[in-house]
Design a protein around this ligand. Structure first.
Ligand code: ATP
Ligand code: GCO
Length: 174
C-alpha cells in the first residue's frame, strides 16, 4: 500500500505547527512535531542561542524519517513539521519508505521575525532566525513539493497546499 509523508518545512516561526495542525485535521492523517524528536542537547543548544550544526541535526532527521517509515509500513500517511532547511536534510527524510512530499512555508525575515518576537513560551530565540535563513536551501524543481507564501492566512495556505499537491481528491479529505 503506498503512503505519503507530507513535511511542512521552513525556518523557525514560518508557521509550520499552525499549518500542519490544519492539514492534519483536513486529511485526518497522524501528525508529529519535529521539535519533539530533538535530543535534549539540541534543545539546550538552541535555548542558549546557538544554531544547530549538521552533526546535531542528522540523528534528529533520522528519527523523524523512522517515525514516518513506521507508519508507512501499514500504509498510513503522515504529516510532520520539520525545518528541513537543507537539501541534504530532505534527502535523509526521503529515505523513508513513504513517498515524501514537502510544503515550504516561505516568508521574509521581517514577517517571520515579527511573529517570533511576539510569540511567547517557546524555547527558540528570535536571534537565531538569521542563522535559519543562512542555512535555508529552498526546494529545487526536481523535489516533490510546493512553496506557499506564509504572509497569507493559514486557511489559505492549507487550500493552496492541498490544491498544489493534488490532495483535494484524497479519500480522507472531508
Ligand atoms: N499564516 C500565518 N499568519 C499569521 N500568523 C501566523 C501564521 N502562521 C503562524 N502564525 C503565528 O506565527 C507564530 C509562529 O507560528 P508557528 O509556531 O506555527 O511556527 P513554526 O514554524 O512551527 O515555529 P517553530 O519552528 O519555531 O516551532 C505563532 O504565533 C503563530 O500563531
Ligand atoms: O533545524 C533547526 O534548526 C531546528 O529544527 C529549528 O528549526 C527548531 O527546531 C525549530 O524551528 C524551533 O522551533
Amino acid at each position: 500500500m503506498s503512503s505519503t509523508c507530507l513535511v511542512v518545512m521552513g525556518v523557525s516561526g514560518a508557521g509550520k505547527s499552525t499549518v500542519a495542525q490544519l492539514l492534519a485535521h483536513h486529511l485526518q492523517w497522524p501528525s508529529a512535531e519535529a521539535d519533539d524528536f530533538h535530543p535534549e542537547a539540541n534543545i539546550d543548544r538552541m535555548t542558549a542561542g546557538l544554531p544547530l550544526t549538521d552533526d546535531d541535526r542528522m540523528p534528529w532527521l533520522r528519527s523523524i524519517r523512522d517515525w514516518s517509515a513506521r507508519h508507512s509500513a501499514d500504509g498510513t500517511s503522515t504529516i510532520v513539521t520539520c525545518s528541513a532547511l537543507k537539501r541534504t536534510y530532505r534527502d535523509v527524510l526521503r529515505q523513508s519508505r513513504a513517498s515524501v512530499r514537502f510544503v515550504h512555508l516561505s516568508g521574509t525575515a521581517e514577517t517571520i521575525g515579527g511573529r517570533l518576537t511576539s510569540r511567547s513560551g517557546h524555547f527558540m530565540p528570535s536571534s537565531l532566525l538569521h542563522s535559519q535563513f543562512d542555512d535555508l536551501e529552498p526546494l529545487e524543481p526536481d523535489e516533490d513539493g510546493t512553496t506557499v507564501d506564509t504572509a497569507n492566512p493559514p486557511e489559505d495556505l492549507v487550500r493552496q497546499t492541498l490544491a498544489a499537491l493534488d490532495l483535494n481528491t484524497c479519500p480522507a479529505v472531508r
